[in-house]
Design a protein around this ligand. Structure first.
Ligand SMILES: [Zn+2]
Length: 287
């Protein structure tokens, strides 16, 4: 069906008991690898430009590249979803250019201001049929070096999550349950009980960020408890792209960067296909 709203694919995932991967990309070769992975697995996919990529490529170029690729794979449902953004003007621009979903991140703000910013985005997005994800609690990055007890204090509180969903009318909620952005220095410890508790009191689509380096069995457990969207960024940026470029630059490439881009696509596709298998969304476009 090509470009669709995010809640369209996530509601199906919620019913079917699987999750859909939301993949960040650092460049064009990575977007191609992500699309090829989704098409090879016949899976819906969320392609999610982070603001750092848009600083380089621009919002319009990101959406046009994704849109153009959907013409090559018309059988796959693709969501073009802006990742973490706290800048209302930029969110508005992305919606105006045709993104089908946006994430407003007001998690660093006090609760009331997070609600206020999120409502403002929902109000604008709903006029264009665009879905909205927001964040409550603080997911943060591995580099923040927050000790476990302190990090736990920043986890999403189930009752507040229900209140937040009702107050804002969002389609998806990113929850802080022990994952973090970046590669983990040690195995992450997910608060599975908290996922189940939040799932039990709201039917809002639940999102797990920080999917680079979470063991496959933990993903599966989190999905069985109600997670329907999983973000993967660092693994594609480093393992799928940077490491490939570094290794090939060390060899003689005769200045032909296309050979490197080709390998980035292949490696990215490989990572995406594996995640799709773990998340359980393989073959779901055929149903
Ligand atoms: Zn994130």
């Amino acid at each position: 069906m090509s470009l669709v709203r995010m809640d369209y694919v996530l509601k199906k995932a919620q019913k079917g008991g699987y999750a859909v991967g939301a993949f960040n990309f650092p460049d064009l070769s990575s977007i191609q690898g992500i699309m090829q992975g989704a098409a090879a697995k016949n899976s819906p996919v969320i392609i999610s430009p982070p603001v750092f990529t848009m600083d380089e490529m621009g919002e319009e170029m990101c959406i046009r590249c994704i849109e153009t690729l959907t013409h090559e794979y018309p059988e796959i449902d693709v969501v073009c979803h802006l990742d973490h953004c706290s800048d209302f003007e930029r969110i508005k621009r992305c919606i105006d250019y045709g993104f089908t979903s946006v994430m407003v991140d007001g998690s660093a703000l006090p609760y009331d201001q997070n609600v206020e910013l999120t409502c403002k985005v929902v109000d604008y997005a709903s006029r264009f049929g665009v879905s909205v994800e927001a964040e409550l609690g603080h997911i943060g990055g591995v580099e923040e070096d927050i000790v476990v007890d302190e990090r736990k204090a920043l986890f999403t509180q189930p009752k507040q999550a229900l209140e937040f969903v009702k107050a804002t009318g969002i389609d998806a909620l990113a929850i802080a349950v022990g994952t973090a952005h970046g590669f983990y220095k040690q195995k992450p410890k997910l608060d599975f009980e908290r996922i189940a508790e939040i799932r039990a009191i709201t039917d809002c689509c639940l999102v797990l960020h920080g999917g680079s380096g979470v063991p496959d069995e933990d993903f599966k457990k989190a999905i069985s408890l109600g997670i329907t969207k999983i973000n993967v960024g660092t693994e594609l940026k480093i393992t799928g792209n940077f490491d490939v470029q570094k290794a090939l630059f060390a060899e003689a490439t005769h200045g032909d960067v296309r050979k490197i881009q080709h390998q980035v696509r292949i490696k990215t596709q490989e990572i995406v296909e594996h995640k799709i298998d773990v998340f359980g969304s393989a073959g779901k476009m055929a149903q």
